[in-house]
Design a binder for this molecule. Sequence first.
Ligand code: R1P
Ligand code: HPA
Length: 294
Amino acid sequence: MFPDSNNGYSYEDCQATADWLLAQAAVRPQVAIVCGSGMGGLADTLKDQVAFNYKDIPNFPLSTVPGHAGRLVFGTLKGRPCVCMQGRFHLYEGYPIQKITKPMRIFALLGVETVILTNAAGGLNQDFKVGDIMIIKNHINIAGFAGNHPLAGPNDDRFGVRFPCMSDAYDRDLQQLALDVGQELGYGDFLRDGVYCVVGGPSFETIAECRMLHKLGADAVGMSTVHETIVARHCGMRVFALSLITNKAVMEYDSEEKANHEEVLETSRVRASQLETFVSNLVSRIKPSKLSYS
Ligand SMILES: O=P(O)(O)O[C@H]1O[C@H](CO)[C@@H](O)[C@H]1O
Ligand code: HPA
């Protein structure tokens, strides 16, 4: 069950990739951003870009999902040095769970302090509308309960402790800052907060599954983010995460609606410019120091 030591995602492997990137790009990122499905435009807002295709980065996975371009972009957002994943990795692509989260460890070794994760998700909360932006305040990692967990296997203390706490997974100050930024931008009508539940995918959920997840306390469901959060927190980075509600999870047996990736990408396209403004304003207000916010 546990990976062997020559697995491609050891501390030394992550360090080698980080060193390669540091040798190629002058930017020393403080903030890392992961673009959700159809949200790759976030990366295009970076100034003075130096970009790498994933296929050219040593020991980096490849993106296989439409709406995930597969480029790592370094640059600045409102003067703040950033790195942006234009495309993330998902369990259903067939990668080991440690591989889909490896970029988080590389980011930590690059000196990143704060990770901003974005995703497309189905809305379980009946008050949510398509196009709402949900600030993630907590998550449910169902597969993790059963051992499918990104930190399973030998722990390398150079990254973090064996038993990391997750009650503070999503930074509360950053959540408040995001609420403030959203209100200032006039986004209050479509800004929510809630609990994100990760499932394995790639099939969308059945009606019974959606009802169960809602009963468990989830407001939105998707196939990403949670593993990245856990690994980022394990190695000491702060995490802010948001879901764009791209579709309503189907909860009624007489509903004719069918979840599909095209609708997901279309909703992302419609909200793209507001998401970009939201994230860049948020980034500009995050102070480099771990303690202060403007
Ligand atoms: O979570 P992101 O990467 O935004 O992608 C979401 O969109 C895809 C389904 O349409 C799934 O991969 C789901 O996780
Ligand atoms: O309804 C959904 N379920 C799972 N993942 C998703 N990603 C976008 N929408 C959904």
